[in-house]
Design a protein around this ligand. Structure first.
Ligand SMILES: [Cu+2]
Length: 323
């Protein structure tokens, strides 16, 4: 349910479970005691209230036990938190700069990106700051959240243990487009990361690598969507919500498409013919919000029966199912 992309994340979850466990236990004990007292000491059974002056034993118990419990919570979480503050000597330093409303990542060799790329199995030290107002660097899958404050450098250490892509959000209200201040972190193998650092491969390669090797897409490689990969469709059209060079296939679910035909805005109902025409002649309808780009003619590597297979696949899985 929740992504756990580092050992630290698992430890943080355990701390949470520990605290929730104690809280739930106390909730039951207190609720039970209240109900018991209401019944045991009601007016019918005790017409005359008795005055209790004090009881040293239970006073000591109700001071010592909660203090001890809270202290175990404190030291347990402190012990875990230290893991995100200890900087191993081989840590890779990445500077994180927040600004309204985007993230900027600078790598040791001077490379700059707006999407984060990090190698798996290596400790990463994020040096976090802001150029304008307060933001907060939040990666739920790593369970880290650290304020990005102008004129100050905060840090967090992470050791990702899983290849994949995870959300990065801003967790400090920072103005009009705060809710759009999202980006992604791509965790890639060390070798691919070095190749990218050395300029041998580009960002697109890393994104594709992750897509091909992780959950979301893995099943599709052999499933019915395999043809979308085999024919290269997914290089520009994602099969999840992601916006890419072209519209995501999921947009077909809307059943209607706002398109530009010969420079004029119009709305078209999506049917098989629309899908077929969009493959045969991609320039005919340009979905509003997308650039007209030179798409390699898909018919170059599609046989007639493959075209019909694709039309059916897209129609049945996106337009018809709507889910
Ligand atoms: Cu922000």
């Amino acid at each position: 349910m929740f992504q756990i992309a580092s050992d630290y994340a698992k430890n943080v979850d355990n701390v949470m479970l520990y605290i929730i466990g104690i809280s739930v236990l106390l909730l039951f004990i207190i609720t039970f005691a209240m109900i018991y007292f209401v019944i045991r000491y009601n007016r019918k059974r005790n017409p005359v209230a008795s005055q209790i002056e004090g009881n040293k034993t239970i006073e000591i118990i109700w001071i010592i036990v909660p203090v001890a419990l809270v202290l175990t919570m404190f030291f347990y979480s402190y012990d875990v938190f230290k893991q995100a503050r200890a900087v191993p000597p081989n840590a890779l330093n990445i500077n994180v700069e927040a600004k309204m409303w985007a993230w900027k990542f600078t790598y040791p060799n001077g490379k700059v990106t707006d999407t984060l790329f990090i190698p798996v199995g290596k400790p990463i030290k994020f040096n976090i700051t802001s150029v304008d107002v307060n933001h907060s660097f939040y990666i739920p899958a790593f369970r880290i959240k650290e304020d990005a404050v102008p004129g100050r450098q905060n840090y967090m250490v992470v050791e990702p243990k899983e290849i994949g892509s995870f959300d990065i959000a801003c967790a400090e209200y920072c103005g009009l487009n705060h809710s759009l201040m999202y980006t992604k972190v791509y965790v890639v193998p060390q070798q691919e990361f070095s190749q990218w650092m050395n300029g041998e491969v580009d960002e697109g390669y890393l994104r594709k690598y992750v897509a091909m090797h992780t959950g979301g897409y893995k099943d599709y490689l052999t499933g019915s969507y395999a043809i979308l990969f085999a024919k290269g469709c997914v290089q520009c059209h994602s099969i999840d919500e992601r916006k890419s060079i072209g519209p995501s296939f999921t947009e077909l679910r809307k059943g209607k498409s706002n398109v530009i035909v010969n420079g004029k805005d119009t709305t078209i109902t999506i049917d098989k013919e629309y899908i077929r025409q969009s493959i045969i002649n991609p320039d005919l309808h340009i979905v509003r919000g997308y650039e007209k780009i030179k798409m390699t003619n898909p018919m170059n590597n599609l046989k007639k029966e493959e075209l019909e297979y694709l039309v059916d696949l897209l129609y049945n899985n996106f337009v018809k199912s709507k889910q």
